[in-house]
Design a protein. Sequence first.
Length: 564
Amino acid sequence: MKKSLAMKVISLLIALSMLFSLTACGSKDTKEETTSTSTSSVPGENTSDTEEIVDPLGKYDPVIELTAWRSQDASMEFFDGDTIDNNIWTRGWENELGIKIKYVWVVPDTQFEQKLNVAISSGDLPDLMVVPSKQLKDLAENDQLHDLTEVYEKYASPMVKDISNQDPVSFNTAKIGGRLMAIPCMDSSHGQIPILWYRADWAKKLGLNEPKTMQDIIAMAEAFTKNDPDGNNKNDTYGIAMSKNFLIPTEAVGGLKGFFNGFHAYPKAWIKDSSGNLAYGSIQPEVKDALLQLQKLYKDGIIDKEFGVKDTAKVVEDVVSDKVGILFGFMFNPLYPLLDNINQNLDAEWIPVPIPSVDDRLAVPMTSVPVVNYCAVNKDCKYPEALIKLTNFYVDKIDPNSPNYDINYVTVEGESIILNYSFINFNAPNKNLQMHLNIKEALKTGDESVLITPEEKTNYGRILRYQQGERPQWPAAAIFGLETSAFEIIHKYIQNNNLIYDAFYGAPTDTMSEKMATLNQREEEVFTRIVLGDPIDEFDKFVSDWKKLGGDQITKEVNERFAE
Ligand SMILES: [Ca+2]
């Protein structure tokens, strides 16, 4: 039960938001080169060149055939004789949009990028092309893609435009030189926003108030270490969860991204410096301040003496077995690993708070662009608007707010992700936030008619059951609930515009590919040794070495890539 609950919510919260399908758009019966340039020539359907009324889901008659390539997730399953070429999505495209998709090749995920690069260098491009950002940029620079700026404006449905507007930073990563060169596979960045979780039952026992500042957190961590918060008369607890991967921003349990953000520090991310150029976060002076604080915490036994050899799983064990009371984590942590602690210890209570600041400047938490792939249109393709229609169709079928919402396009019995039969994914960044807002409204007023999606109803039901004493339903309350929930905090960050994105996304630059692994290793070693007690001067030495050993060149390349 516990497992299946966790699996289900995980699959809804995380899997749904992390499954990307890949494909592409290429040329085929596009030999009739001539139409190429004029972006406004949109043959193929009911377009007369009057100011016609555009139907975002208008059907091509007769049916058009478009080629594409795609990758296939190893876990993808088909039922009732369906195949990648013939399933609910391909039939929907053909029957409702008049678009027949022909895959020129399908490869497993793991081979996708290699196959893609070979195809691109051979110039053998289909009509529709799913590509990562680097290849998108290359194709655009080689003038092989349709500029979609106008067709997007003209054809994108209001729901598609709304999704784009929910996260303009991510949507705009598909723009090159200000022109929209692809449709980004949109998703949510909320899963990577730092949230601080702490043991409220321990705090209560020790007479500590809710932490508002980094100093409060450090005092709490010290009390959790020294004042026997579990009351067993043994010196067997410590303050802050920390793994050997504490610098990795995505580390789900034992990462310290939120801690660093509280010091206005952004290790392993790219930020704008005061002159507006992109700079590597790990070499900024704020990181030094945070490392000095960690060094002191280590010396005082407030972080785990063994952190340098502990992987995520080992830190999870400590959290679950009441050894540690502060976790710099994310919104999904109630499912992993806090629920196991909650179930095992009936006194345990975890509360989320915003990332506190070390000084009088507000802490600005960092997230990252969730878009991995982009769908672009071959310049020779006669139907660039077809991609927009396919995107409209996707949202029309899978968005529960749509009148044409059809669960059969999403999942089979909540298990298989039918969604990924579509090579275009365009998921609403605010889906989970909206779920929180609707649930909150229903909890406040008792009016359940504000709950729209099946997920919202399910999570609302779980929260009611939790309120009636069903402890295993706690994650729904901790993530989506009325007060002290993760999304309550995320919503405040967003309302206050108090959020920053890692300025780097996509494939590594050339020198990154060549040197970043070595530089990362050095960074992790030096920073870890500083925490363990090495002189802080090692930080300055690391910075100058980093620059010399490729960092300056990488910085140059990053600035070239992301220059407007
Ligand atoms: Ca104890």
